[in-house]
Design a protein around this ligand. Sequence first.
Ligand code: NAP
Length: 244
Amino acid sequence: MSTPVAVVTGASSGIGAATARRLAADGFEVVCAARRRDRVEALAAQIGGRAVVCDVTDQASVDALADAVGGCAVLVNNAGGAVGLDRVEDADPARWQAMYDTNVAGVMRVTKALLPALEASGDGRIVVVGSVAGHEAYVGGAGYNAAKFAAAAMVKVLRLELLGRPLRVTEVAPGMVETEFSLVRFDGDAERAAAVYRGLTPLSADDVADCIAWAVTRPAHVNIDRIDVMPRAQASAAVAHRTG
Ligand code: NAP
């Protein structure tokens, strides 16, 4: 039997990179996709996978990804993130647009482009990396909340639309994970990013990769609809216990 192919978007960092490593260790040939060529090429070389430079907000780039991938059984829609933590009254429309383009339209573009290959595999698995922010509002979160709530909605719609076909759809919705997420959110402000995780043990990217790998390796008749995974020290989107 040939090695099953898994495509991971946003594989250049954080959860995506950890997921690519984990799926490779679990026997998948992994296509590592993201915008930063040096990072995806280095990772693909380490794990015996393939690197494809892809911007999920760009249709031509996503089409080229689908061409490069060929057949695949697993898609992990992980590319995304937050930009800013602004109240609605201070919101920058360009930042909201950017969050929608990556976290929502990006998932649509890549899923649509790879759906024929996923279905042809006979057991296609689609994972969307959502967030606790896709289920709970918090002050300053509106732009990211709106995007991740939309991504969560898309997962539910896909489950309905794809029913009866050999395709499974899963949302993995983490709380705080220590990655480059906060650095990106706060425009490279390392001090502000570090403060997000101060005084508690956040999830690691590997913790989330573990959930994703588990979901996609259940028997074919089992659909894991959603995994909510939080640090022990975090009880909701905005409530955490910190020491020191
Ligand atoms: P990260 O370390 O910043 O990784 C984000 C990844 O997304 C990078 O590989 C980045 O690669 C990629 N990406 C961003 N825009 C892209 C685009 N237009 N096209 C292709 N790739 C793009 O953050 P992370 O925490 O691992 O985030 C992964 C996912 O988890 C995101 O969807 C995020 O919303 C979600 N999440 C994170 C947390 C958290 O606390 N960290 C919690 C819940 C959910 P390039 O820049 O190289 O393109």
